[in-house]
Design a protein around this ligand. Structure first.
Ligand code: GLA
Length: 701
């Protein structure tokens, strides 16, 4: 809901309020963001008393105010949201409240359905700079979308160096910053900074949102935990270079900006031209758990779209770790037919099916089936797989080209390059998606393959960073090009389930989720590692967005051994699948897979659409765990895993969350009350061995 009272705007959604004040001088001030409050009666603005402050023409020092979109230069010398070659002083001009939500041109964003939007227009008349601030809220959602448009109204060009999507000014500084850091195989580990006076830059400038720093940041009251304390989330709906900049200023206040990383970004606007920032999804939660649940609901309801956003995902088998590129049709079919017997629903053919792709040094870009490996072609193979009762899916890496490929030989200039020979990563180059003819080629290559066969799932990979950027602002233009390609391919194939991927989870962000409702979480499939990766990822993203597969033991990335049971349990907490040569498994493991696929069918609706509660933090102990609770609290699924076996240890007293305290729940033969399970908890005795897990299924009686 959005209401205007005098000089104030009150915005609210599920459980939060956001208040903006227009000052007497016309500055757009941040007044409040947090737990829901009533608009009336409301208090006046307090201003401090300061020595040595700059005074602008109106006698005001903007540095001392908490503005909604700070600009650098005149009387505000703090870290700016907008940095341009003409430094505007923004004053309020007008507002509009719109039902729905205008989409940012060329960029992914949350859907308009159910939204209400406040647009505040601010201007610097002298310099001819107009800024429009967009705020969208939804009844029933605990998140708010913000974005910014900047228009040059003057004859002279306006060059932007920083143009963040959103800015938020907290009145205090007693906060901790939390972001999600990592690397290939170790994605999204919580990392923290206790904020003190200074500037913090949390970002990536690698072309994709990156393994290293995810575009999701939490600012939390010091000491806040899963259940307590003010927690504020900033999630960027963008897949390119991003940054969250935080400054604790000299007066002990905190400003946070999130948007495109200014490093390497530059955009010049001619008269009348507008820059549109990506969208930023802000959320408030009392405790990290409720913040995460607000994001999970929002991503499922408003970010993911299309048929698959509300559907349970098929249990898949992917041939990558089973065969790598060394396969033929017979081998693939032997895996697929056994998969069908074991209850698997989708067969995915990964890398190696096209051109002369027998190793990762060639053929990216040549999206033509290799008939010596697959004589029936993709269409024929899909038919055979379908005849087994399985859906068929295919891997692409559409943004790339191998120097050893027909595409590169025909168009060497289509690869991204600066002055020198471009750097190779995994022996491949990036296609220049800023060029319309390259986008056209890529769209056509993927779409014609999808139209030629019954392909019901696509894994869209991107296995390198962008280097050798030919100009400033290139990565931003590339990202816009990528979105145009993704929009064209996904909107023309609404029935296909798309899964994003980037060397594992290197482009796990809300931008991709607008096109592809699930993302491969990490190449690291060791269940113990996955405990950490999935736990970290869950702070911002729901299980329904994450892919997780059972792979071989010992694990190919870590050498660790784990039981089929534990591997299954960890993966079943997300979109479930297998990625190993099941034809090599003994009868016992095959029977276990049958049990797992049956259990997954029973559980996946709950895991996908239920409320997620983190129970035990594996980063701060030897045990990690979480649970999913059906929205109506009728069922719950609990998962806990102990990293290292410790002889002679006491049972774990585990308190559950999110249940109906008054209800009785059945777990196997036993019956418990919700209040007992949540307050006293249950005693868990782990089986013998490292990485052992325990699962509990609760059903309300
Ligand atoms: C990336 C992906 C893997 C696999 C390979 C294929 O590494 O993350 O899952 O698809 O590419 O080359």
């Amino acid at each position: 809901m959005i209401v205007k009272r005098k000089n104030m705007f009150f915005l609210s959604g599920k459980g939060f309020s956001y208040v903006i004040r227009i000052s007497g001088e016309g500055y757009i001030l941040h007044d409040y963001f947090g737990a829901q409050i009533s608009p009336e009666p409301y208090c006046e603005e307090g201003r401090g008393w300061y020595c040595f402050q700059a005074a602008g023409e109106d006698g005001v020092c903007v540095d001392e105010l908490r503005t909604e979109y700070p600009c650098y230069g005149h009387t505000d010398l703090g870290t700016p949201a907008l940095m341009a070659d003409r430094q505007p002083v923004l004053k309020y001009r007008s507002y509009e409240i719109i039902s729905g939500k205008p989409a940012p041109k060329g960029l992914p964003s949350a859907v308009a359905d159910g939204a209400e939007t406040l647009v505040i227009t601010a201007e610097d008349e002298l310099l001819g700079v107009e800024v429009r601030l967009y705020y969208s809220v939804y009844t029933g959602e605990g998140a708010l979308c913000r974005r910014t448009e900047i228009t040059n109204l003057a004859d002279a060009p306006l060059t932007l160096g920083a143009a963040y999507s959103a800015s938020l000014a907290f009145s205090g500084s007693d906060y901790e910053e939390m972001h999600f850091a990592g690397s290939w195989g170790r994605e999204r580990r919580p990392a923290f900074n206790t904020l003190t006076q200074g500037v913090y830059h949390i970002g990536n400038a690698r072309g994709g949102s990156g393994h290293q720093i995810n575009p999701f940041v939490i600012i939390k009251e010091r000491g806040a935990d899963e259940e307590h304390g003010d927690c504020y989330g900033f999630m960027l709906v963008y897949s390119g270079d991003h940054a969250t900049e935080i400054e604790v200023d000299q007066r002990g206040r905190t400003r946070v900006h999130q948007g495109i990383n200014p490093f390497g970004f530059r955009k010049t606007l001619v008269k009348g031209e507008t820059f549109t920032s990506p969208e930023c999804v802000l959320a408030y939660g009392c405790g990290l758990g409720s913040l995460s649940r607000a994001y999970h609901d929002f991503i499922r309801d408003k970010i993911c779209r299309g048929e698959w956003s509300r559907r349970e995902r098929p249990i898949l088998i992917n041939n990558w770790e089973a065969t790598y590129m060394d396969f033929d049709e017979e081998k693939l079919m032997s895996i697929a037919s056994l998969a069908a017997e074991l209850g698997i629903e989708l067969f995915v053919l990964d890398d190696g099916w096209f051109g002369k792709r027998d190793n990762d040094r060639r053929s990216l870009g040549d999206w033509v089936v290799n008939k010596s490996k697959i004589p029936s072609g993709i269409g024929g193979l899909a038919e055979k797989v379908n005849a087994l009762g399985l859906k068929f899916g295919l891997w692409f890496e559409p943004e790339m080209v191998s120097p050893d490929s027909d595409l590169y030989r025909a168009h060497p200039d289509w690869a991204v390059r600066a002055q020198r020979s471009p750097a190779l990563i995994r022996s491949q180059l990036v296609l220049d998606l800023t060029r319309p003819e390259v986008r056209k080629y890529v769209i056509n290559a993927v779409c014609s393959m999808l139209d030629s066969a019954n392909i019901e799932y696509v894994k869209w990979d991107m296995n390198r960073y962008i280097t050798d950027m030919p100009r400033e602002g290139f990565n931003y233009e590339y990202t816009l090009g990528l979105y145009e390609v993704m929009e064209a391919v996904t909107s023309s194939h609404p029935n296909v389930l798309f899964e994003g991927c980037s060397g594992g989870g290197g482009r796990f962000d809300a931008g991709i989720l607008c096109y592809m409702p699930q993302i491969w979480t990490s190449d690291d499939t060791d269940p113990l590692e996955r405990l950490y990766i999935q736990y970290g990822t869950s702070f911002g993203y729901p299980p329904l967005a994450m892919g997780s597969h059972v792979t071989e033991s010992p694990n190919q990335h870590t050498g660790r051994r784990n039981s089929m049971d534990t591997r299954g349990a960890v993966s079943m907490s997300c979109n479930f699948g297998y990625e190993l040569d099941i034809t090599k498994l003994g009868m016992e493991d095959r029977e276990e897979i049958k049990r797992q696929t049956a259990l997954c069918r029973e559980l996946r609706g709950l895991v996908a659409f239920g409320d997620f509660y983190r129970l035990l933090d594996p980063f701060s102990g030897n045990t990690g765990g979480w649970m999913s609770v059906e929205k109506d609290k009728s069922r719950a699924f609990v998962f806990v895993m102990r990293a290292l076996f410790r002889p002679n240890s006491a049972p774990l007293r585990l308190r559950l969350k999110g249940l109906d305290p008054e209800a009785r729940y059945r777990a196997g033969e036993a019956e418990y009350r919700g209040d007992m399970l949540m307050n006293r908890g249950i005693d868990i005795v782990f089986p013998f061995g490292d990485g052992a897990s325990v699962r509990i299924m609760l059903k309300r009686i």
